[in-house]
Design a protein around this ligand. Sequence first.
Ligand SMILES: [Zn+2]
Length: 133
Amino acid sequence: MLDLHCSHQTLCDSLALSKKMATKTSSLMERSITTVINTFHQHSRKEGNDDTLSKKEFKEMVKTDLATFLKKEKRNERLINDIFEDLDTNQDNQLSFEECMMLMAKLVFACHEKLHENNPRGHDHSHGKGCGK
Ligand SMILES: [Zn+2]
């Protein structure tokens, strides 16, 4: 079991150690969380600090891995810059894992809202076709 109070690095190490087991036994939700972490690392490792996203790395992540959810932002450099500056709460011009996860939380909420468009929440909790469009 993961120690939820451990640092990001320790969390990543324990995920790496249990990778073989994880791919075989993890639930879809657990695998989705692992995918978010792995995708962050794919980009954060490219330049500078291995565990933070530079503006360039963040732009690449938005363009390649959030292309559908952030369709409008993808084509607009200024919007991506605004999002980056919003997320960079300590203003060091890098996004830590924690800072970047604020975007993931916003996307999860926005996606759920989108799913409920034309499907008001009621007794029959139903979701629409998808989100991101
Ligand atoms: Zn719902």
